[in-house]
Design a protein around this ligand. Structure first.
Ligand SMILES: [Zn+2]
Length: 376
């Protein structure tokens, strides 16, 4: 067990990379997918079940936790790991993105953002300094800089001004974070879909110096083609010897395309959220368990999957409990989806190590193109 945060690459295949992030709370195999535990829980899952899917790390949301139950309260109760009974690494976001997407009555200044809570209308302030304090109180292992993310499309001048503000906030975040051995601070590259701004942002972040770097400001409605267009060059601007994190991505094909372009870490609510709405991700694409075709189908959701939903239950049962509104429906489908995502990451790590990522990618797309197994 290491006492420091470190990252080492084990193999590359094209731009795709596999390696290990080491933290005092355990190792994170990359490329890594982080399930989202918004309110100190990955919805419908026990923490040991999240670990059993193969997750090495999960993500907590600063915005949600600062409002409820409050960062100071979590700290008094022993920190987020103890509070939610998850002893592996946790990454927390800075709160900035969710203030922009969820909070009411926002006011943005050089100092930070004031806003009202979407829960009870109470007034709050987030600054780079307060975001660092909250993430320290939570006990986060991987801390994100406080940044501003404009919704796309935005005009070039607005994207540039926002990026430059985020770089000033990145410097304040670094100073406020201080020297915390065993914990990491990641800078966030901004600049929208403009190559020059992405380069300027990368240079500003490298001058400050971070333990890792995120590609921010994507997956905000620009579409996959535009996102891949930025990922064709943006990760290359960041240091090779530090982990690269693509925030808020994504669908399985987004994830494969991002790893192909040199991304090491990702997070998304999609597998857990879809699990609660009857959508399952499989090797052969998305299955809507609510469809009538499953009502008499004794076969598993995905016979190649080792999760409890596929090992112990039929499509007919999963269809029934979804239609009946039973809680086990969300539990089983969330477990399956998280296991599917972790199996996907494991397959990519193995392919990169073996130098067969191109073959992996061909099979991945061919299996999906085949579509779901024919109805009985
Ligand atoms: Zn399964």
């Amino acid at each position: 067990m290491t006492e420091r945060f470190s990252f080492s690459l084990a193999a590359t295949d094209g731009k795709a990379r596999t390696g290990t992030i080491r933290t005092p709370r355990g190792e994170i195999r990359t490329p890594a997918f982080m399930p989202v535990g918004t309110a100190a829980t990955v919805k419908a899952m026990l923490p040991e079940s999240v670990a059993a899917t193969g997750a090495d790390i999960l993500l907590g949301n600063t915005y949600h936790l600062m409002l409820r139950p409050g960062a100071e309260r979590v700290a008094r109760l022993g920190g987020l790991h103890r509070f939610m009974n998850w002893d592996r690494p946790i990454l927390t976001d800075s709160g900035g993105f969710q203030v922009m997407s969820l909070a009411g009555l926002r006011k943005l200044t050089e100092e930070g953002v004031t806003f009202t809570s979407h829960i009870d209308g109470s007034k709050h302030e987030l600054t780079p300094e307060r975001s660092m304090e909250i993430q320290r109180l939570l006990g986060s292992d991987i801390v994100m800089c406080f940044d501003e993310c404009p919704a796309l499309p935005a005009d070039a001048a607005a994207v540039e001004a926002s990026m430059q503000l985020s770089m000033r906030w990145a410097e304040r975040s670094k100073i406020a974070f201080g020297d915390r051995p065993g914990h990491a601070l990641l800078g966030i590259q901004q600049g929208g879909v403009t190559r020059e701004l992405r380069a300027e942002s990368a240079e500003a972040l490298k001058a400050i110096g971070f333990d890792g770097y995120a590609v921010g400001g994507l997956a905000v409605g620009e579409g996959q083609e535009a996102m891949f267009g930025v990922l064709d060059y943006a990760p290359d601007m960041l240091p090779e010897d530090r982990p690269r994190y693509l925030m808020g991505v994504g669908k399985p094909d987004d994830i494969v395309g991002a790893v192909k372009r040199g991304i090491d870490m990702m997070d998304c609510v999609l597998p857990s959220r879809s699990g609660r709405t009857g959508q399952a991700f499989t090797r052969r694409g998305v299955v809507n368990i609510k469809n009538a075709r499953h009502a008499d189908d004794p076969r598993p959701l995905d016979e190649a999957c080792g999760c409890p939903a596929c090992q112990g239950y039929s499509r007919a049962y999963l269809h029934h409990v979804f239609r009946a509104g039973e809680m086990i429906s969300g539990m089983l489908l969330t477990w399956h989806n998280l296991r599917y995502y972790q199996d996907l990451m494991a397959a990519m790590r193995a392919a990169i190590a073996a130098g067969t990522f191109a073959e992996f990618e061909t099979t991945f797309h061919a299996d999906r193109a085949e579509g779901d197994i024919p109805p009985l």
